[in-house]
Ligand binder design. Structure first.
Ligand SMILES: Nc1ncnc2c1ncn2[C@@H]1O[C@H](COP(=O)(O)OP(=O)(O)O)[C@@H](O)[C@H]1O
Ligand SMILES: [Mg+2]
Length: 266
């Protein structure tokens, strides 16, 4: 986390030359990316640039077409990889939280602990309550998901992921589907996770969050990493024209691109 630390932390995620095609459509065309243990990296870029596909290749929800992905030193593309073991180490939070509607908040946070980790019920409940407390929802343990706001449901999804004791967390636009007034609480939970030292790779359009919380920001466009660096540099003074244009649009959605800007992109 601290750039001045002399011994580099071990890499939690290493992506090298990653390619992914759907039929003849190559959506990742040679991605290189590293996330160190304890580091928070925000991945930004236009819709369709391959951000979700990249995350999905890290936990093998998609099979890479080429290149190497290692998680905690384990090559995920090795045919003999322990897939369940790998996925257990990686917590994933999606835009749509997919809680079980018929189970209580507490049960949503215990079911995978019991079925996948084979934890005894009492221990699973204890872990779930601790994580619900962490996301500020201790008092909602007995509620059904439909009784909660979208932001509260997303915080339950985070507590559910944390209850599996992941070594790292992947977030794919966790606040994009939320009512604006519930976004802040979700970002606050993510910030506290980051401060507690969790390794996080976060796809987000929340530039304020990225700027404040990320150790590094990676800008992707059209299946490649175009620019990466400290958050303040990439967001505050981007070097690449594509990064500048993207940030202009995200930071000021009312910005109308004039004809003059049209030819300036390299
Ligand atoms: N399962 C799939 N089958 C075919 N094409 C896909 C699939 N998933 C994603 N794509 C395509 O890959 C490209 C990148 O998508 P995605 O990774 O979702 O981008 P982002 O998350 O940056 O918006 C898009 O053109 C999308 O249509
Ligand atoms: Mg996406």
């Amino acid at each position: 986390m601290n750039a001045s630390t002399s011994t580099p932390a071990p890499a939690a995620i290493v992506v090298d030359g990653l390619r992914k095609s759907y039929g003849s459509n190559e959506v990742l065309t040679g991605i290189g990316l590293e996330v160190a243990a304890g580091e928070v990296v925000c991945l930004i870029g236009p819709s369709g640039s391959g951000k979700s596909t990249l995350l999905r290749c890290v936990n093998l929800l998609e099979e890479p077409s080429g290149g190497v992905v290692t998680v905690g030193g384990v090559d995920v593309t090795d045919p003999d990889v322990d897939l369940d073991g790998l996925r257990r180490r990686i917590g994933m939070v999606f835009q749509h939280f997919n809680l079980f509607p018929h189970l209580s908040v507490l049960e949503n946070c215990t079911i995978a602990q019991r079925k996948v980790l084979k934890r005894p019920q009492a221990e699973a409940v204890e872990v779930a309550r601790r994580n619900l407390d962490l996301v500020g929802l201790a008092d909602k343990a007995d509620a059904l998901p439909a009784q909660l706001s979208g932001g509260q449901q997303q915080r339950v999804a985070i507590a559910r992921a944390l209850s599996m004791d992941p070594q790292l967390m992947l977030f794919d636009e966790p606040t994009s589907a939320l009512d604006p007034e519930t976004v802040g609480d979700v970002l606050a939970v993510m910030r506290s996770l980051a401060e507690a030292g969790m390794t996080m790779l976060v796809v987000t359009h929340e530039m304020g969050f990225a700027r404040e919380v990320a150790d590094r920001v990676v800008f992707m466009d059209a299946g490649v990493v175009v620019e990466q660096g400290p958050a303040a540099q990439v967001i505050g003074s981007p070097r690449n024209e594509r990064t500048k244009l993207f940030l202009q649009r995200v930071l000021d959605p009312t910005h109308v691109r004039g004809d003059a800007a049209e030819g300036s992109e390299g």
